[in-house]
Design a protein around this ligand. Structure first.
Ligand code: PRF
Ligand code: ZN
Length: 375
């Protein structure tokens, strides 16, 4: 078997029951977990400069091979020496395989054993993304962590398709491993599929663990399933995954989900929510959310969150942002900056509270602020 674990060093710094705080040494950056990764689909986090992202405390960003391969094209990225150079991002980066994005974004995608066939939204041509091709693109983009191509189905569907997708994901991981040309500086993560079925999940986790990958993701969640099922699946997977490897819950999440999943032993998360919800004028605050479009904000002269030390909360009042959100891109840019700061602060607080042995108090305070009436 190929030795796949050269570049990622995962060191656990503290634990509380199943929760862990760790340090991931990646080729471009040493990251602290629990870790939230902002989504920068096209090689940018909309409206934020790299300097700002660094200042906010962002350690790793996520890109999608599917989007990047179409535009700017992976030939250009390879010429630039990878996406880090192209976008001048000095810290860590993770690229998702593209299969999920195609299936969720394009209705035309068709999945067969060979790979995912889809119609290019750029020129309308039919394209086939195989596990080998997906790894080939990852290898040209050169992110620190690369996700295997998986066959994703919605958690809300039932029947034999879930089993088919899980077994196909397992067959594809072997093709991904065989195609990987940069195991010395790119960490290939496998993705657990199998819907919400505990038997399928169990088979999938065990088979992926046998591949001795540098890390594992729990996929197929955050697709409309109820919280009980979602948290049960995360708990089952983290219990069966190796202690010394990072566990990444894909497409999650909301601050509450991150706190719960971290308590269940997960380490990494990504979600478009903190940056996408800004289009609707939504800010994340400890009491859940603040709707800046609301009429009450028109004469509210407080910062978004008086307890937040971010640049936006230090410099602007709600009235100002209320005026901007419907009229100028600056409104959602300021909100994105605050929201990402909120997610970074949450990750950091999870990390330090675990390391310092005060995780239960942190969780209690977090929940009490979010649900003051116990609702
Ligand atoms: N697989 C991949 N990317 C993802 C997911 C997945 O299951 C999810 C969860 N729905 C988000 N992003 N490859
Ligand atoms: Zn703020």
């Amino acid at each position: 078997m190929k030795f796949l674990l050269l570049c990622l060093l995962s060191q656990i710094l503290g634990r509380f029951n199943r929760a862990r705080a760790a340090q991931l040494t990646l080729p471009h950056f040493v990251c602290q977990t629990p870790l939230f990764m902002p989504v920068g689909t096209q090689g940018t986090i909309k409206g934020l400069t790299n300097n700002e992202l660094e200042r906010i405390g962002c350690q790793i960003i996520l890109g999608n091979t599917y989007h990047l391969a179409l535009r700017p094209t992976f030939e250009l990225l390879e010429e630039a020496g990878g996406l880090h150079n192209f976008m001048n991002w000095p810290r860590a980066m993770l690229t998702d395989s593209g299969g999920f994005q195609m299936v969720s974004l394009l209705h035309l995608a068709d999945i067969t054993e060979e790979g995912v066939t889809f119609q290019s939204p750029v020129d309308g041509k039919l394209m086939l993304l195989t596990p080998e091709e997906s790894i080939h693109i990852h290898n040209r983009i050169r992110a620190d962590i690369i996700m295997a191509l998986d066959d994703v189905v919605k958690t809300t569907i039932t029947g034999p398709r879930i089993k088919e997708a899980m077994y196909r994901t397992l067959r594809w991981i072997h093709r991904c491993i065989a195609a990987h040309r940069r195991p010395h500086d790119q960490n290939l993560f496998g993705i657990v599929q199998g819907g919400l079925d505990p038997v399928l999940k169990d088979i999938c986790v065990k088979s992926l663990v046998d591949c001795n990958l540098p890390g594992y993701a729990i996929g197929g969640l955050a697709g409309g399933e109820d919280k009980d099922s979602f948290w049960r699946v995360v708990a089952q997977c983290t219990a069966a995954l190796p202690e010394d490897k990072p566990r990444y819950v894909m497409g999650v999440g909301y601050p509450l989900d991150i706190v719960v999943c971290s308590a269940l032993g997960a380490d990494m998360y990504d979600c478009v929510y903190p940056t996408r919800t800004t289009c609707f004028g939504t800010a994340l605050i400890p009491e859940r959310v603040l709707k800046l479009k609301h009429r009450a904000m028109a004469d509210d002269t407080q910062p978004i969150d008086p307890t937040c030390p971010c640049m936006v909360c230090k410099n602007y009042i709600r009235t100002y942002i209320h005026c901007l959100v419907t009229k100028d891109a600056m409104g959602s840019q300021l909100l994105s900056s605050h929201n990402l700061y909120y997610m970074m602060r949450l990750s950091r607080n999870l990390h330090t509270s675990i390391v310092e042995g005060r995780f239960p108090k942190f969780v209690c305070d977090f929940l009490q602020t979010m649900f003051p009436k116990g609702d």
